[in-house]
Design a protein around this ligand. Structure first.
Ligand code: MLT
Ligand code: ZN
Length: 462
């Protein structure tokens, strides 16, 4: 690895297990391996030179951002070299006229959002891991997050990309022009490619107006049907201001309260909760309150509305602390799926029975982005012991049968590649392989994620 050290400096080629450890295990602790080395380039030019060397040596590479991924797509499960992009964190001055900013792949979501603030702008994608997740990793997984229903996900926010190809050549298209029909959309292709096609080094990102007024509501319901009827009403009543409609259940609230020492909302556990956020250039509190009182009123068991930051944060804590509370209780099997809206209530009722059938006694915790039909199915007690695969199989087949997607926003990674065929036809998977071969003929870029190991595509359901 001495020539890598010549490129990035010896302190940025890590092989000491104490130093590489945090790059080798994912955030949940479920996916872990040993890296041949961790290489930390400090510029796009260094990434290009590193890739040139690794390509010449035929060494497989796992690109890694903030290591907040949840499907094992960013850790070296097969002894790969980890290419950490975290040092590429520079953010250019905001282009106020265009409402865009150019940022390094290693800039965190929070840093990009803060960069926009001075110009009255914000980043449209938001998620709980905002202080660690990097925009490069977020585009690689096409992250969705909390405001997807208003602004779309990372693909929608990406106006241009600079990336290093497998052989070290650089492709760069960062102009961010509103109209630009000059061939294939490489930024769109790399969004969701999970590090398999190129290494994203810089991004041209769209920004949105920073909305001054923001109100959060928490509603409790007796069951999924009432909650999802309320969701339809909120979408209809608040088309200009609705930013988030998040869902969680009594079990998740119990975990969060035990973990953080909180009292449950409204002083008791209710079966289903919706957390609603509205934002605008004027105070949307009245609008939200009216929609709730006039149109949701008797469908909800209880409700609270907060427009002060501390009160809003208190309500959000019940939702955002789910991930850490679940992790504190054990190593979860995390399944991130989308259902058609018409199937959502039925899925919420049926999925834990499917989990129990596959792993009797396992604990099933559901939460997610109801506004997008996105449910995070978290299962505790299925790992270790080989029951994880049975749980994954049962849940993902149920999702596909109902016409849903087996990956809403976390990606396929290593975790779901055996089930890709449930959502993608043999012709689609062949096309994916052809794209992969064209961009990475030697197959060194994240070779063990996304595409299935073999060609078995026999039992597609969805
Ligand atoms: C979330 O919505 O909080 C994230 O997707 C993380 C998770 O699923 O745990
Ligand atoms: Zn999520």
């Amino acid at each position: 690895m001495s020539s890598l050290a010549d490129v990035v400096g010896p302190t940025h080629v890590l092989t000491d297990p104490e130093l590489t450890a945090s790059y080798e295990t994912d955030w949940t602790g479920r996916f872990a391996g040993r890296a041949a080395a961790v290489v930390r380039p400090g510029s796009s030019e260094e990434v290009a030179a590193v890739m040139g060397l690794l390509h010449a040596a035929g060494r497989p590479v796992v690109p890694q951002g903030g290591n907040t991924g949840l499907v094992g797509g960013g850790v070296p499960l097969h002894g790969e070299v980890v290419l950490s992009l975290r040092r590429l964190a520079a953010i250019d001055a905001v282009d106020v006229a265009a409402g865009q900013v150019t940022a390094g792949a290693g800039a965190t979501l929070a840093a990009v959002d803060a960069a926009g603030a001075g110009a009255g702008l914000a980043f449209g994608v938001d998620l709980a891991a905002r202080d660690s997740a990097t925009v490069g990793g977020m585009v690689a997984t096409n992250a969705g997050g909390l405001r997807m229903l208003r602004y779309g996900g990372m693909r929608a926010q990406t106006a241009g990309v600079e990336a290093v190809l497998a052989d070290g050549r650089v492709v760069s298209h960062l102009g961010g022009l509103a109209k630009d029909n000059t061939g294939y959309d490489l930024a769109g292709l790399l969004a969701g490619s999970e590090g398999t096609l190129a290494v994203v080094t810089r991004l041209r990102l769209r920004l949105v107006p920073r909305l001054e007024y923001r109100t959060t509501g928490l509603l409790a319901f007796a069951g999924p049907d009432a909650a999802l009827e309320a969701l339809v009403t909120l979408r209809r009543r608040l088309p200009g201001s609705l930013e988030a409609v998040e869902l969680f259940l009594a079990d998740g609230v119990r975990l969060v309260c035990d973990h953080l020492g909180l009292t449950p909302p409204f002083g008791r556990l209710d079966p289903v909760y919706l957390l609603v956020e509205v934002a605008g250039t004027h105070d949307p509190t009245e609008e939200l309150a009216e929609a709730v009182v006039a149109d949701i009123g008797d469908r909800a068991l209880d409700g609270a509305v907060e427009s002060e930051p501390a009160g809003r944060a208190r309500l959000w804590r019940y939702r955002e602390a789910h991930t850490e509370a679940i992790n504190a209780a054990g190593v979860p099997v995390k399944l991130d799926v989308t259902l058609p809206f018409g199937e959502l209530a039925g899925f919420l009722t049926a999925v834990c029975a499917a989990v129990d059938g596959a792993a009797p006694g396992a604990r099933c915790v559901l939460f997610g982005h109801a506004g997008d039909g996105n449910v995070h199915v978290n299962v505790l007690g299925a790992e270790p012991g080989g029951r994880a695969a049975a749980v994954e199989d049962a849940v993902l087949r149920l999702v596909a049968r109902l016409g849903g997607s087996i990956s809403a926003e976390h990606g396929i990674g290593a975790a779901k590649r055996p089930w890709l065929h449930l959502n993608r036809s043999p012709a689609e998977i062949d096309t994916f392989r052809a794209i992969k071969r064209a961009l990475d003929p030697a197959g060194i870029l994240n070779p063990h994620v996304l595409l299935p190991e073999n060609d078995s595509t026999g039992d597609r359901l969805g």
